[in-house]
Structures are given as C-alpha cells and as structure tokens.
Design a protein around this ligand. Structure first.
Ligand code: SF4
Length: 205
C-alpha cells in the first residue's frame, strides 16, 4: 500500500476473521479489529483482558489496514473495549480507500470519530450513551440480564432515531432465565427483535 504510511497508532488487542456473531449482521463473515481500553466495566464483559490499553502495544493504522486486507470479506467490525476512546478518523480513512464496509460497535459513551457505514450502539446503564451517538446509531442492542433491563431498553429506544433497529439480547450466562422474558416482551412490543450471540452458539471467536 504505497502512500498510506501513517504515524497514527492504536492499541490493538487483535485482528481476527470470523462471522459477525451479534446483531442485524449476525452470520456475515467479517474481519474484526479489537482495540484496547474500556471506560465502562460491565460485570459480564467477554473481553475484560482488553480493558487496560497500557497492556497493548500501539500499532500503526496502516499496519492494521494491511492485516485487514488479507481477508476476503468486505465487512470490517471495529470493536473493543470501547473503540471510541481513540480517534478513529485515520483508521476509517485508510480502510475506506479499499471500499470496505466499516462497522463500529460502541457503548456510545465517547464522542464519535471516524466515518461508519453501520453503528451498533450497545448502551450500558452504568455509563449512558451520548445523545450524539444515539442519534446516529443504526442498531441499538440492549443486553438483558433481568426484567429491570426492559425499562432501560425503552429509555434508549426513545433516544435513537426512528430508523434505528432495536434488539434485545440475553446476557449469555443468564440466557435460560431471561430468554422466555425477552421472547414474551418482543411479542408484546414488536418494535424489538430478539438477538442471540451466534458465535457462542456455534463456538467460534
Ligand atoms: S462496554 Fe463492552 S468492552 Fe467495555 S466492559 Fe462493557 S462489554 Fe466489556
């Protein structure tokens, strides 16, 4: 990639190629770019090892792009941690030169940077999302661990745009208890869909 050298670095946990396991694009092949650092601290987090960015060496954005280009899928999912702790303008600029579809997974707690084809907002009650991110979200995925979380889900539904897709996802370790609740809630409130973590069901990264 001549002329794409950049001094901009990001604390990279990993890049890997898999299927999108969550949300509207569940089942679609995608390259994942997981960045380090998280300011939210969910008790049930799957990627706690990514929370402290000091544990991960900074990697140049153009080097991340070179890795992404090894994979055949057009979808790139930038995730974390909380990726918006870092300025993502440069990474997005470089990736967009290759006509990739850029998806962001965020808690929405930090100002938006980068340009995205799809923003998946996963709001967390302990650190509510910024309105600016809510307004631009394409998908709002609320994790449900108990019946109290439906009120939180509705608070977020009221903050996103009318075009935003609304998903209820059971917290994995409590799925047996909460799936019947979620199923019934979606039937009674059909603006919501039920979402499962496909990657955990089929045991892939
Ligand atoms: S926001 Fe995401 S990365 Fe951060 S603690 Fe919660 S689930 Fe984990």
């Amino acid at each position: 990639m001549p002329n794409e050298k950049t001094a901009h670095t990001l604390p990279l946990v990993e890049t890997f190629y898999s299927l999108q396991g969550e949300g509207i694009f569940g089942g679609a092949p995608a390259c994942f770019v997981r960045l380090a650092g998280c300011n939210v601290g969910c008790a049930w987090c799957d990627s706690k090892s990514s929370w402290d960015a000091r544990h991960f060496a900074p990697v140049a954005a153009d080097e991340i792009v070179r890795t992404v280009l090894q994979y055949p899928a057009p979808m790139v999912v930038v995730t974390g941690g909380e990726p918006l702790l870092h300025n993502l303008d440069e990474l997005c600029n470089l990736l967009q030169r290759h006509n990739l579809q850029l998806h962001l997974e965020t808690s929405g707690t930090q100002p938006l940077s980068g340009k995205w084809d799809w923003i998946c907002l996963s709001p967390k009650v302990q650190q509510p999302p910024l309105q600016a991110v809510c307004s631009l979200a394409n998908e709002c995925k609320v994790v449900i661990a108990g019946s109290n979380d439906f009120a939180w889900a509705e608070q977020n539904a009221a903050r996103v745009s009318p075009h935003c897709r609304l998903l209820l996802q059971p917290e994995w370790s409590r799925r047996d208890e909460v799936l019947p609740l979620i199923t019934e809630y979606a039937k009674q409130h059909p603006k919501w869909r039920v979402a499962l973590q496909l990657h955990k069901l089929i045991d892939i990264p």
